[in-house]
Design a protein around this ligand. Structure first.
Ligand code: SF4
Length: 330
């Protein structure tokens, strides 16, 4: 099949929240608010942003672990958002998730054998003997020996547990894996081992990843395209080389400038990000970043910026900022 593997169209996930005295007033928390992007086969879309910007909710909404409020998700042309329960169950094997804390996501009372057999049995992968062979194959793929199958999660290190989490995600041969802060809890040396494993798996099996992380260095290392999220919206999306070399949105620029560098001349020109992310219960009007933006103009507090493509040579670079809108006349 040609075309992108994953198409996310105007996806939103809102949570109704009770507030006020006695919880009588109702508010809406717009955790994900109209997000669109595409992911090509065998590629990684890196999703970055500060804590609370909606990255994890977006990852879960793509897989329908959170039911989207509106918008569409197409995987290989199949509209995931339109599927009934049975249809969704059938599609689940094509889209899996790796979690931040492998210890919490692996049942402590089950051996690795049972943990890896579970998704195979759920998706009716062969008979018992075939599933047993598949478990050994998976352990081999993620670099754990056959003896690992008889052990429990607590008997492994953090990096090994994440390998088990990856093996479980791979069990039913998915096309897409959403990895949510998958290496954040690991030591730096173990992080690179797990990242290398994911890169090897991508090369070998043509896997596509949505890689969610607050760590811009890690995202740069693994991604082909990067999306920057702020208050539930994608504010900039571009190929990885381009977004790191020429960030167009002041928020992206500030995030990159917050990464420590040794060069003191670069430090002087940095954009400093001040204050906290505003509450998604009450986002600022106009551009949601205007309360923290060092480049904010009067128009920014009243008008929502359009998304403009400033890409070149057929490589899209989308940014939502008035600074790049020719109609604003700056
Ligand atoms: Fe800053 Fe205005 Fe651009 Fe928003 S639209 S990022 S406030 S310059």
């Amino acid at each position: 099949m040609t075309g992108p593997l994953l198409e996310v169209r105007e996806l939103a996930r809102h949570f109704p929240v009770r507030a006020g005295l006695l919880g009588r007033s109702r508010q809406v928390l717009r955790a994900v608010d109209g997000v669109s992007f595409e992911l090509q086969r065998g590629r990684t879309f890196g999703l970055v942003g500060e804590s609370g910007c909606g990255k994890s909710t977006l990852g879960r909404a793509i897989l329908r672990l959170h039911e989207p409020t509106s918008g569409r998700v197409l995987l290989d042309g199949v509209d995931i958002t339109a599927l009934d329960r049975a249809g969704l169950k059938r599609q689940r094997k094509h889209m899996q998730m790796i979690f931040q804390d492998p210890y919490a996501s692996l049942s402590p009372r089950r051996t690795v054998d049972r943990i890896l057999d579970e998704p195979l049995a759920l998706h009716r992968f062969g008979d018992k003997a075939q599933r047993s062979r598949r478990v050994l194959e998976l352990l081999d793929i993620v670099g754990l020996g056959p003896a690992a199958r008889h052990r429990y999660p607590h008997e492994f290190s953090g990096g090994q547990r994440q390998r088990i989490g990856i093996a479980r995600a791979l069990a039913v041969e998915p096309k897409l894996i959403v990895a949510d802060e998958a290496v954040s809890a690991l030591d730096v040396s173990v992080q690179s081992q797990v990242l290398n494993l994911m890169a090897d798996l991508q090369a070998e099996f043509g896997l596509s990843f949505v890689f969610i992380s607050h760590d811009l260095a890690v995202v740069q290392h693994v991604s082909h395209v990067v999306g920057v999220m702020y208050l539930g919206k994608l504010v900039e999306t571009a190929p990885v080389d381009r977004i790191y070399a020429m960030p167009a949105h002041p928020y992206t620029r500030a995030l990159l400038d917050a990464v420590p560098v040794a060069d003191p001349t670069r430090r002087d020109k940095r954009l400093v990000l001040s204050g906290e992310v505003p509450s998604p219960l009450d986002p600022p009007p106009g551009c949601p970043f205007h309360t923290r933006c060092p480049r904010a103009m009067p128009v920014c507090s009243s008008r929502v910026p359009r998304t403009i493509d400033i890409g070149e040579n057929g490589r899209p670079h989308r940014v939502s900022c008035h600074l790049h809108d020719p109609d604003i006349g700056i």
